[in-house]
Design a protein around this ligand. Structure first.
Ligand code: 13P
Length: 254
C-alpha cells in the first residue's frame, strides 16, 4: 500500500514572517489528518524557523532544490547535508529549474543521487511541454526523464515522482484525472521495464499542475495517482487544508 502524499511547493513566495504565519494557520487542522503524508516546501530562508515551529507536528518539511556537491567553493548553493539537517524531502528537477536555470537530465540525476545519499526523499518532477504534448512526444520525453543517464545505483521505488505537465503549471488548465491517470500508468510501466516491477509498484506518483480544492478529488480518485504537488493553492491555508482533507477521505475508502 502506498501512503498518499500532498506536498505544497511554495516556490519563490513568502518572507520568513509570512511563512511562519501560514504554517500557524495550517498546522492545527493538518495535524489531525493521519492517513496522508503532508509536506510543505517553503523557500530555503524559512526552513530553519519552520523546522522549529513544526516540532511535535506530523507535517514534514521539504526544500525546493539542492546542489549535488557536498561542500566547497560554490557561492550561493546549498548542499545535500545542509538540506538534510532541516528537511525530510527535496523537490528536484522542477520544470521551472530545468527551464530557467538550465538544469539538464545529467544535473537532475546527480541531485537525485546526492539527496538519497544523505537520506532525503527526492520528489522528482517530470513532465512534457505543450509543444511536446501536441507533437505526440509525451511518452518519449517522460521515458528520458526517468532514465538515469549514468549507471543506476539507487532504488527507484524510494523516490516520489511528480508528473507535472508543463502546460498545466500555473495556467489554470489542469489535465483531466483520466489523462493524468493514463500517463502515470505509462510511467509505472516504464519504471517496471527500466528498473523493476517492485519499484514500479512502490514509487509514489503525484499529479501537479493547477491543482485546487475544486479539482483535487478528480485526481486522487484515480488508482495510479497517490496525491498531488500543489503550487499556488498551497499558499492559501484553507485551500491547502481542503486538498489534504479530501485526499484523506477519498483514499481512506479505497
Ligand atoms: P500550480 O499548482 O500553481 O499550477 O503549480 C504546480 C507546480 O508547479 C507545483 O510544483
Amino acid at each position: 500500500m502506498r501512503v498518499p502524499l500532498i506536498a505544497g511547493n511554495w516556490k519563490m513566495n513568502t518572507t520568513v514572517s509570512e511563512a511562519v504565519e501560514l504554517v500557524n494557520q495550517m498546522r492545527p487542522e493538518l495535524d489531525r489528518i493521519d492517513n496522508v503524508e503532508k509536506v510543505i516546501c517553503p523557500p530555503f530562508v524559512s526552513l530553519a524557523a519552520i523546522k522549529e515551529l513544526l516540532k511535535g507536528s506530523t507535517i514534514k518539511l521539504g526544500a525546493q532544490n539542492l546542489y549535488f556537491e557536498e561542500k566547497g567553493a560554490y557561492t550561493g548553493e546549498i548542499s545535500p547535508s545542509m538540506v538534510a539537517d532541516l528537511c525530510q524531502f527535496v523537490i528536484i528537477g522542477h520544470s521551472e529549474r530545468r527551464q530557467h536555470f538550465n538544469e539538464t537530465i545529467e544535473v537532475v540525476d546527480k541531485k537525485v543521487k546526492a539527496a538519497l545519499e544523505v537520506g532525503l526523499t527526492p520528489i522528482l518532477c517530470i513532465g512534457e511541454s505543450l509543444e511536446e504534448n501536441e507533437a505526440g512526444r509525451t511518452e518519449e520525453v517522460l521515458t528520458r526523464q526517468i532514465s538515469s543517464p549514468s549507471d543506476q545505483k539507487y532504488y527507484f521505488g524510494g523516490l516520489v515522482l511528480a508528473y507535472e505537465p508543463i502546460w498545466a503549471i500555473g495556467t489554470g488548465r489542469a489535465a483531466t484525472g483520466k489523462q493524468a491517470n493514463e500517463t502515470i500508468g505509462f510511467i509505472r510501466q516504464r519504471i517496471s521495464q527500466q528498473h523493476s516491477m517492485k519499484a514500479a509498484q512502490e514509487v509514489r506518483v503525484l499529479y501537479g499542475g493547477s491543482v485546487t480544492a475544486d479539482n483535487i478529488a478528480e485526481f486522487v480518485n484515480q488508482p495510479e495517482i497517490d496525491g498531488a504537488l500543489v503550487g499556488g493553492a498551497s499558499l492559501k491555508a484553507s485551500e491547502f487544508l481542503s486538498i489534504v482533507k479530501q485526499t484523506s477521505e477519498i483514499k481512506r475508502v479505497r
